[in-house]
Design a protein around this ligand. Sequence first.
Ligand code: HEC
Ligand code: HEC
Length: 609
Amino acid sequence: MHRFAAALSLHAAALIALVPSPPLRAGSSSQLALSADGRWLVTANIDSDSVGVVDTGARRMVREVPVGQRPECAAFAGGSMEALVSLYKEDAVAVVDVREGAVRRKIRVGDEPYGVVCDRSGTRAYVSLDYPGAVVELELPSGAIRRTIPIGGFARGLALSADERRLLVTEFHTAALVIVDLEKGAVAERLEGSPSDNLSRQVALHPTRPKAYLPHLRSRVTNPHGEGSIFPFLTVVSLDPEAERRRSPIAMDTFNGFTAVSNPWEAAVSPDGRRLYAVYSGTNDLHVCEVLDDDYRELSRVALAGVGNHPRAVAVSPDSSTVYVYDTLDFQVRVIDAETLETAALVPCATRTKSPAWVRGKVLFNSALQPMVGRRWISCSSCHPDGQADARTWHNPEGLRNTTALAAMKDTHPLHWSADRDETQDFEHTIRGPLMQGRGLIRGPVRPELGEPNRGLSADLDALEEYSSSFEPTLSPHAAGPGKLTPAAERGKALFFREDVGCAKCHSGPTYSDGALEPRPFRLHDVGTGGDDDSERLGPGYDTPTLLGVYRTAPYLHHGKARTLREVLVEQNRGDRHGKTSHLSQGEIDDLVELLKSLPYELPETRAF
Ligand code: HEC
Ligand code: HEC
C-alpha cells in the first residue's frame, strides 16, 4: 500500500475508535415499521393486501394504501417517507410513498419475499426470500438487484447490525441464525439451535450490546400431547465470536411462572436498551422484560400483559416511552404506555376484506386458548403455520406422520395420510383429544370421523373449516413460467405419464391425486412404505397425496423418511412398488424430479368432490 494512503487509513481508524457509537436504531424486519422520527407507523396488513399509515401523535390512521398480495413486512427507507413492503404472493417489494398514500413502484425480487430491512442512508435494502432461502440486496432508489446471497433453508427474519456490516437472517424451520458478512457478500457464520427448534420468523437486536433475540418454537415430535410437544422460546444470541456461550435459549413458559404463553412471533428491544417486549400470537400476550447485562440470565420478567387477537408484531417509539402492538385479527394497533403498561389507544389500521367466518376461523386456528386448547401451549398454527408445513414428522399414536401443507387440501379430500377423516370438521377430535385438550366447538358429542357429518353442528367449527380450506398452492418458482416447463421438466412429464413408469395411475387429475370421497371405503395404495416403522398402526395402504407444492415440503412420505424427492423415487422405492423407477437412468430420475419440483406450473381448476 502507498505510504500516504496507509497513514491516512490509520488516522481514519483512530478517529473511528475515538468517536463514541451513536445511539443506533438497529433495523429489524417486522410487520410494523416506525419512521426514524417515530411520527409514522406503517402496518403490513396481511389479510387486507394494504398498508395502514398511522399518525402516532394523533393516534389515528390517516390512510390505508392498497399494495398487493400478502404484505408480510414493512421498513422505512432510511429517514425518508418511503416504505418498502414485501409482497409474499407477488414476489415483489412495493415502494410506498407514505405521505401521498401511493405505490410508487414494485420491484420484482424473487420467490416469496418475507422480511425487509433498509440501511440508515436509504440506499440499500435487504429482502429475505422464504423459499428458496436467500437474501436479495437492492440498490435504492434504482431498485436494481445488486446481489443474491444463498442462506440455506427458508429465510425469514432479518436484522442489520448497527455498523451495517452484518446482516442477520433467521431460518424458519431450524431457528438457525445465519450471519452474512456484507463486505464479502457471503455467509460468515451459522449459529444452530437445538434440532427441535422451529418456526423462527424474526430477530431483534440490542441497540448497544452485541446480542440478538430470536423468538421461536421448540417442537418435540416424540410427544404429541398438549403438555409436552410445543414450547415457546426466546433465544439470546451473542454476536461476539469470542463469547463462551453463543446461544442461550430461554423457555418463555417456565420463565413466566405458572401461565404458559404460546407461539412467540416478534420481539423488540427499546431504543434505550433497557427493555425487551415479545408478543405471543397463540395466547394473546405481551411479555415485558428487563434486559440484564449479565451474559447469564439475560432477561428478567417485569410483566405479562393481555393484548388483542393474534398479535404478530411489536415496535417501540424512539424515546422508549410507547409500545405498539399489532393485534392483527382485531385489525388494530394497540398503543401502550411503557411506564404503566396501560393501553392508551386502539387504532384501527386495516379494512376487513375477508368474511367474518374466515376471520373467526383464523382466530380459532391460531388460538391456544379455550375452547380450542386446554393448556395454552399449542394451536393448529403451531404445526400448520399459515397453512404451511412445519417440516416435522410427529410420533402420533397411529405411527410416524409427517405434517402436510394445507395448500391444496380443499380439493384433496379425504384427509390424513390414512384417509381416516373426510371433513375438516372432524378435527373437533383433535381439539378435544390429548394433543389440544380443548372443550371443543360442538355442544354435545362429536360424531365419529367417518360417520355422519360434523358439518353444520357448530358455526365456529364450520368457520375453522372455511379458513383451513382457503389456502391455495402458488405457482412453483421452478416452473419456466405460468403454464411452462423447463426442457428437463418436460422430459420428466413424459416419463411421469409413461405407462411403464406409471406415476399418473395414482397421481392423476389436476391435483395429481386419485383421492376421492367416493367410493367408500376410500381408495388406498400400498406402495411399499408401510413396513419401515414399528409404531405404524394403520398402514400399509395410504391415500395418494397431492404433488402440488412438493418442491417446498420436505421431508416426504407419511413417515418423513425420504429427505428429498429423489429419495422418494430411488432409496424409498425398493422393489418398484411405488411406480416403476429402477429401469430409469440417473438423468431420467433427475428429469422426473424436475417435473415434481415444477408443480404447480399451472394453477389447478377447482375440482368438485
Ligand atoms: C402437533 C402438530 C399438529 C397440530 C397442533 C395440528 N396438526 Fe394438523 N396435522 C399434523 C400432522 C402431523 C398431520 C398429518 C397427519 C396425518 O395425515 O395422519 C396433520 C394433518 C392435518 C390435516 C390433513 C391435511 C390433508 O390434506 O390430509 C388437516 C386438515 C389438519 N391437520 C388440520 C389441523 C387443524 C384444524 C388443527 C387444529 C385443530 C391441527 N391440524 C392441529 C400436525 C398437527
Ligand atoms: C399405486 C399408486 C401410486 C403410484 C403408481 C405412484 N404413487 Fe406416488 N404416492 C402414492 C402414495 C399412496 C403415496 C404416499 C405413500 C406414503 O406416504 O408412504 C405417494 C407419495 C408420493 C410422493 C411423496 C409426496 C409427499 O408429499 O410426501 C411423491 C413425490 C410421489 N408419490 C411421486 C410419485 C412418482 C414420481 C411416481 C411415479 C414414479 C409415483 N409417485 C407413483 C401413490 C402412488
